[in-house]
Every structure is written in C-alpha cells, then in structure tokens.
Design a protein around this ligand. Structure first.
Ligand SMILES: Cc1ncc(COP(=O)(O)O)c(C=O)c1O
Length: 456
C-alpha cells in the first residue's frame, strides 16, 4: 500500500462529496459502517445509530431484508447473471417495467432502466431531446430548473443542479439551464396561492425571455430536497403542467428521492395532482439492496421512439441489470406485503407533530416543513428568524452538530446548501418508537447547538 494511502483512515478510497484530507493522522475519525438491522446501522466499534436518513434517502425498508433479497439474488445469478437491454431483453427487467408502468400515473407506460439517479436524469434529457427532434423542433435545447436543487453530478445532470459551488470547477454547463426560484415559503413574504402565482409568473417570464420555442424541459422535484424539504405551495405543480402544455415544453419530475414511498406514494408527484411527461427514479426503487434507476416516460414522449427506423440513441450497459431488476421486484412485493406506504400514511401526521413540538420548545427551530417521511427543520438565530452567517454555519453544522449527532447515535443531515437545516428521512418501516428516538436525539443535539452558539 502506498505510504500516503496508509496514513488516511479511508486508505486508498476517495470519499464522495467529502473533505478527504479530514481523516489523516490527528484528524477526524472515519465512521465505518459494517452492519444494519431494521432502521439501525452499526459501526466497526459496535456503536449503534438510528438511520434517520435511510442511507441518503435509499433504505426505504431498512436493513433486515437481506436474507430474502439474498435468496432472490442467488436464484437470479444462477438463472442468468447478466444480459443487456440493448436489442435483447430478459424476464426480470421486462416484468419490472410492466410493474412500474402499472404503478405510475395513467399515460406513463414506458420505462428506461439505468444504474442510478444521475444516469436517469441524463437519460430523461436525451429522451426529451429525441422527442423534440422527432417533432421537428430541434431548437429546443434549453432547460428550466430551480435554485439550490440537486439533480446529480454527471455533466448533463450537473447543468440542472442549482448549487453553484458544485459546478464552478467544471466550466460552462453542457445544457443551457435557467434557474428559477424554488418553493421556500418560509423565506418568502407571500404564502399560499399568492406565492404560487409569483413563482409561476417568474417561470413564465423566463420562458418568454428565452423564447418558448427554445425550451425543452422544466425539471423539478415534487418536494425539493436541497434547501430542506421545500414543499410546493397549493396549485404549483398543476401550474407547472399548464405552463409546459401552453408552450410545448416537457415536464420532468425528478423523483430520485421522493419516489417509492418517501412522500407516502409510489410517485410523490401524485400527491400534487399532476401527471408529468418524465419521472426519474433510483434510490428507493430497490431500497438500495442493489443499485438501479429508471426513467418513466409518458406514452406521448415515447411514441416517436416506435416510429419506423428510429433508434433510441441512448444506452447503458448495466441499465436494467437482471440482479437489480429481480431485487427491485422483490422490494415492490415487500412494499405491498408489509404495508410500507400504509405505514407512512399512518405515521406522517405524528412525525410532523413531534417536529412541531421541537419548534415550540426550541428557539433555534424556525420552521418545520416536509411531507411523508421527509422533513426538515430550519435553524435560525433569533425570533426574527435571522440567518446564521458563514462562520456561524461552519461552527454550528460541521463543528458541532455533525459530531454531536454521531455521539448521540443519530444519522441525520445538517446542511447549508441553502439555509441552515437539520433534515430527516427515516426508513419507511419505522414505527412510533423509532420516530420518537429520532426526534428525541434531534432535540438533544439542537439543545446542545443552542448552548454552543450561546442562543439561550
Ligand atoms: C433529486 C435527485 N436527482 C438526482 C440525484 C442523483 O442520483 P445519484 O446520486 O444516484 O446519481 C439525486 C441524488 O441524491 C437526487 O436527489
């Protein structure tokens, strides 16, 4: 092993979205997770953590289905370890595509498989482009996305991502994208339908400014993750649908996080009474027992791909891998058999009430927002909801809260890509005891944060 690799806790591995230099001699300890059980994970020292983030929004059914998944995986590997979806197919992917089409809103019946979220977003863009080209509108080359939204890191998807710091080193975006306001109602003077009208008005202005005939896609998450579970105001999604239809633009719901029960539905956008043209999914599709993503494509958008001599000009070797497809099918069977969506429906209000109690008790909590099992509290300095400055955020989030959470045995997300938030996304199988445990540990950490910043 190279000497330099040996001196870092992560050895030769590079950690994603991490300050890799933190884990050298005298630095932070690296948490190495080696076991999972129900909603808990355990590190190599045997410490137990309640996984209040479902391993980055993935572990919908938690960690105790390994044996069942292993049986399915072994059977599939013995039957057929691999084949592509390039001109041929295999039974698990065909079955999964039909299953997903059955779960999707009416009119969304085609499924393109990928290996993850960024790949899904890229594939959706290419399918959208082929649709516009086939319709004689090759000039539709632009996209509209929202500030602070995260849509992935591959060069196309990165264009849609609205976090400037993630993009700066990589030069001009591959896809010309206009970013518009997100739906942070807490930081707006307006609320309800007035806020909706303002946000939709801004999008329409951008469409007209750029030229409606040049816009290919509007991409948005049903509830935006980055910025802290930004719920749309009433009528926002139907309004996006109307704008898209008015100007011949495709509407893309990025459900990499919100899909598969996070908001209590297979597709979160159905909570907002809207059928988009494209839906991207990943993470929860397999509950992360294997890596897989997909693009759900409306029949209208897929139609040109069936025309004589037209080729779908996109493919990914591992897209639809039989092992992953078999695991995804088993995951969906478990959702139905074990009442996973029903569990979210039954406990969503209770989870919200627990968090609202935190807001009542703790001055540092300025706002509570979210849906399903996807919630954030926004952290504020005083009762005027003053924001923390950059130094305070560094001290509060990275200096205090992240280590304090691990100390308390909680995995949650302290984030300041937008305003300062503490976010949770519990496994969808969590019962009331687990939700109590998560919120009580949040309380412990937030009380400590108030003391740390001398707020009380
Ligand atoms: C909304 C959204 N889109 C796309 C992605 C990218 O997914 P992946 O990390 O699987 O490439 C993410 C990842 O968190 C996401 O939250």
């Amino acid at each position: 092993m190279a000497a330099q690799a040996a001196s870092f806790a992560q050895g030769s591995a590079l950690l994603h979205f991490t300050r890799n230099g933190n884990f050298g001699p005298g630095g932070s300890e690296l948490m190495v997770v080696e076991r999972g059980e129900g909603p808990y994970v355990f590190d190599t020292h045997g410490n137990r953590y309640v996984d209040g983030l479902s391993s980055l929004f993935c572990a919908q059914i938690g960690y105790s289905y390994g044996e069942e998944m292993g049986t399915v995986a072994a059977a599939q590997l013995q039957q057929l370890a691999f084949n592509t979806m390039w001109g041929t197919a295999h039974p698990p992917a065909l079955e999964l595509a039909d299953k997903l089409a059955g779960l999707a809103p009416d009119g969304i019946d085609r499924v393109f498989f990928t290996s993850g979220g960024s790949e899904s977003v890229e594939a959706a863009w290419k399918i959208a482009r082929q649709y516009h080209v086939a319709n004689g509108e090759p000039q539709r080359l632009k996209a509209i996305a929202r500030h602070i939204a995260y849509h992935g890191v591959t060069i196309g998807a990165l264009s849609f991502t609205g976090v400037p710091a993630y993009k700066e080193p990589f030069g001009p975006p591959a896809i010309y994208t206009r970013h518009v306001s997100n739906t942070n109602g807490f930081r707006s003077e307006l609320e309800g339908e007035e806020l909706t009208a303002k946000l939709l008005g801004e999008i329409e202005d951008v469409i007209l400014e750029e030229g409606p005939e040049t816009i290919a896609v509007i991409i948005a998450e049903p509830v935006q993750n980055a910025g802290g579970c930004l719920v749309p105001p009433p009528g926002y999604w139907p309004g996006l649908r109307r704008l898209a239809d008015k100007y011949g633009i495709l509407l893309h719901a990025d459900e990499v996080i919100t899909g598969f029960g996070r908001l209590g539905e297979y597709f979160g956008v159905t909570r907002f009474d809207t059928t988009p043209d494209l839906i991207t999914v990943a993470k929860g599709l397999t509950s992360a027992y294997a890596p897989m993503g997909a693009v759900m494509v409306a029949d209208k958008v897929a139609a040109p791909l069936y025309e004589d001599r037209r080729t779908l000009l996109h493919g990914i070797t591992f897209g639809g891998h039989p092992l992953c497809a078999a695991i995804a099918l088993k995951n969906l069977e478990i959702f139905e058999r074990d009442g996973v969506l029903e569990n979210v429906h039954a406990r969503e209000d209770g989870l919200r009430e627990r968090l609202e109690q935190l807001q009542e008790d703790l001055p540092i909590v300025g706002d509570v927002r979210g849906a399903g099992f996807f919630w954030a509290v926004e952290l504020v300095k005083d009762e005027d909801n003053t924001r923390f400055d950059a130094d305070e955020r560094e001290r509060l989030l990275r200096g205090y809260m992240i280590p304090a959470m691990l100390e308390a045995g909680l995995i949650a997300r302290a984030d300041d890509r937008g305003d300062s938030i503490l976010q949770i996304a519990p496994p969808l199988i969590s019962d009331d005891d687990v939700l109590d445990e998560i919120v009580e540990k949040m309380r412990t950490v937030l009380v400590g944060a108030q003391q740390e910043l001398a707020l009380v």
